[in-house]
Structures are given as C-alpha cells and as structure tokens.
Design a binder for this molecule. Structure first.
Ligand SMILES: *Cc1c(COP(=O)(O)O)cnc(C)c1O
Length: 426
C-alpha cells in the first residue's frame, strides 16, 4: 500500500537502526566503512554492489534523507549536496559540456541568476533567459546545443507560479530534460514530476529543514527520461572510462542519473552533504506538511491585509484572487501558493530601507522558508549583482521588499508590519 504524504515525511527511507534498535535515525559521523574483505571492496568500487565506501560519496544518514525526499517528490532516486547551488551545478554536470546551453526562466532566486548568467560560463556553459509566461519564446530559445530547461515552480522572490504543464510540453517536444527548482513550494504544495519535470532540485536550507540551521541541497530524479534516445547525453548513455566502460543508463535504468550523481558527481566534484546537516533536515521534514499549511494560512491573512494598506502599491502573492497567477494555484500547487511574496512600497527605495530597519518581529536576513518571519530588500542585497533590467524581470526592483511569512500568530505579524509601514512613511 502506498503511504500518504504525512506518513512518508516521517517514515520514508528510515528503519530502526539494525545495530542498536535506535528508533530515530542515528547521525553516522564516520568517514569510512570497513569492507568485509578485499572482494567486497572491489565489488563496491566497481559499482557491482551497492554499499558504503567513503562519506564523500555515501553515508547512511544522508541516504535516509535521499530516500525520503525522493519518496515525497515521487521520484526514483535522489542525491543530496552541500547546498541548493551545489544541487544546481550537480544537476547540470552530467548533461552539459563546453558550448552547451540551458534555457532558464528570468524569474529565479537572485543567486541562481548570477550562477547561470556569470559563473557557469567558466565551464563553457551558457544560459538563455526567457520569460516563461511566453511559452512560444521558451520553445524558440531552444537550439541544437540546448541540454535542459530550468525554472522554479513557485518563483523567488515574487511567488509567481510557473505553468509547469506548458513548459514540460515544450521540453518534451524538444527531447530535453526539464529541471524544476521546487524550493519555495516544497513537495507538499507542488509535485513537479507529476507535471512532467525530469529532475527536481531543492535548497534544503529553506522549508525542507525549515528553521534556518542548515545549508543543503537535493536533486531528485523522476527516473522517466530516456538519456540514450538523442545521443545528447553521453555522460549517461556512453561508456564511462573511470568505471571500465560502464554505461550508466544501460546498467542502472531509471536510477542512472542518481548513480551518476553519486559515483561521478559527488566523487569528483565533492559537493557532499554532511551527516549532521542531513539529520537536521530529516528532523525538519518530519513536520513539513504542518508547517507549510501554517505558512500558507498566514501568508493569505497577511497578504490580504497588506493589499488593503494605503502605503502598499502592490502585493504579488499568488494566493490573492487579484493575482494574475491565482488561476494556476489549483492546478500547479493545489494546497496553496506558499509563504513567499513581495510588496511594492509607494515611497520607493527610501521607504523600503526604513521599513526593513523598523521591523521588530520580522528579521532582515538573506534567507527564506524559516519558522520565523523574514524580510529582505532584494535590490540592495540578494539581487544587488543584477542589472536594473534583470532586477525588474526577476520582480526585485528598488521599491520591492521580499517577505517570507513564518508560522507565528498572524495578528502579531500584522501588528509589526503596521508599525514599520507607519514609520517608513512618516
Ligand atoms: C536559497 C535558494 C537557492 C540556493 O540554495 P542554497 O542552499 O542557498 O545554496 C536556490 N534556489 C532557491 C529558490 C532558493 O531559495
């Protein structure tokens, strides 16, 4: 029988510790694992047997988290990484090569815009930025060297909702994998694989852990993409010299991407999640559905209040009936539009700075998805590296403040916002 989400978020991947009976997953704080004998060691190194060798590649605590997130997303397998940004590079690594490109949404986390527009060029990769509400433009941006399509389900910072079904149709027609960053939605609100995503990436730093204690990332593979069909993904379809000519897709089928991510990606790039961090994220995930319900409930109440407030020019929350993305909520994220949105203040840049400085309960930090309510003035911080055009396209102009609604009492959040807005306009 298939368990429901609330059961999986507590149990998937875990079992009582076989050595001690410990009910909670132990933190396996170890670098290496004793081989039974030399033949066992050889079989592990040849990928003929699955097991633990060295914690840069695999660790039992991290493995539970991998299984758990894969189960919650409905994927075949998952690889954990040291951060959300590491997950993005690790997701692209087997697909890309010098001269290859990705087609990405303009509405992304600011750090992702920088990673894709600047840093990946050092590898000879490039990104073409497109407004993903213009589906014809997404299709038109694909060329012979395109190797993936990338977008966020609920996009940071504005809380826009991407029409994943429409984007998946484009990627499908082009024979390309669709990578969806599901950080802001979490699998409780949105399950991108059910809408046609090939890979789902997460910053576990945010809602999955949920309390601002960890930096981590996850890549989930749907297991449904045919890596051998087009000849465009030789890392997965062709012989791998470092494993005696093993072909990952032929050998591991739906787990090809996951095995490659561990056996080549983590082995050689080393962006490994540590077991202590995996433990914190596992603790967070146990209450994911409960927290997300409260984030959504609070975001609805607070956004409705903000929308009516005289000094607020706009509120982007897709959960508001006034949002142009409201119609997509029921189809893409049926349990709610998340806890993240932006407000535009009539007083512009000056008012925004005064507003964030006047808040007492909300913290001004470069983070989101915490139990605590957080704000950030994106234009002077996370989106500072971007040009004014990129800032506008990402929904992070100078008069915009991003709000990550926590799980406190909504009345207390509104009272704090009200006093800070009054100060910002006095
Ligand atoms: C934070 C974030 C990232 C980057 O994750 P890190 O864990 O900070 O590396 C990527 N995408 C989104 C949507 C994020 O919010």
């Amino acid at each position: 029988m298939a368990y429901g989400f609330d059961t999986l978020q507590i149990h998937a991947g875990a079992r009582p510790d076989p050595a001690t009976g410990a009910r909670q997953t132990p933190i396996y704080q170890t670098t290496a694992y004793v081989f039974r004998d030399a033949d066992h060691a050889a079989a592990l190194f040849n990928l003929q047997e699955v097991g633990y060798i060295y914690s840069r590649l695999t660790n039992p605590t991290v493995a539970v988290l991998q299984e758990r997130v894969a189960a919650l997303e409905g994927g075949a397998g998952a690889v954990c990484c040291s951060s959300g940004h590491a997950a993005q590079i690790m997701a692209l690594f087997p697909l890309m090569g010098p001269g290859k490109n990705i087609v990405v949404s303009t509405r992304l986390y600011g750090g992702s815009v920088t990673q894709f527009s600047q840093t990946i060029r050092r590898f000879g990769w490039s990104a073409t930025f497109v407004d993903f509400d213009d589906i014809d433009a997404v299709a038109a941006a694909i060329d012979d060297d395109t190797r993936a399509i990338f977008c966020e389900s609920i996009a940071n910072p504005g809380g826009y909702i991407t029409d994943l079904d429409a984007v998946a149709e484009v990627s499908n027609n082009a024979g390309l994998p669709l990578i969806v960053d599901n950080t802001s939605a979490t699998p409780y609100l949105c399950r991108p694989i059910e809408h046609g995503a090939t890979l789902v990436v997460h910053s576990a730093t945010k809602y999955l852990t949920g309390n601002g204690t960890v930096t981590g990332g996850v890549i989930v593979d749907s297991g449904t993409f045919d890596w051998s069909a087009s000849g465009k993904f030789p890392s997965l379809s062709e012989p791998e010299p470092a494993y005696h000519g093993l072909k990952f897709h032929e050998t591991f089928g739906p787990l090809a991407f996951t095995f490659h991510g561990i056996a080549v990606g983590l082995r050689d790039l080393g962006m490994t999640l540590n077991p202590q961090a995996a433990h914190y994220t596992l603790m967070g995930i146990e209450t994911l559905s409960l927290r997300m319900e409260r984030h959504v409930e609070n975001a609805k109440i607070v956004s409705q209040w903000l929308e009516k407030y005289e000094h607020v020019a706009a509120v982007t929350y897709a959960g508001l009936p006034s949002s142009p993305y409201h119609d997509r909520v029921a189809r893409i994220c049926p349990k709610g539009a998340g806890g993240l949105f932006t407000i535009t203040l009539k007083g512009g840049y000056e008012a925004c700075v005064k507003f964030v400085d006047s808040l007492e309960l909300f913290s001004h930090v470069a983070n989101l998805g915490d139990t605590r309510s957080l704000v950030i003035h994106s234009a002077s911080t996370t989106h500072r590296q971007l040009s004014p055009e990129q800032q506008e396209a990402a929904g992070a102009g100078p008069d915009v403040v991003r709000i990550s609604i926590g799980i406190e009492n909504a009345d207390d959040l509104i009272a704090d916002l009200e006093q800070a807005l009054e100060k910002a306009h006095s």
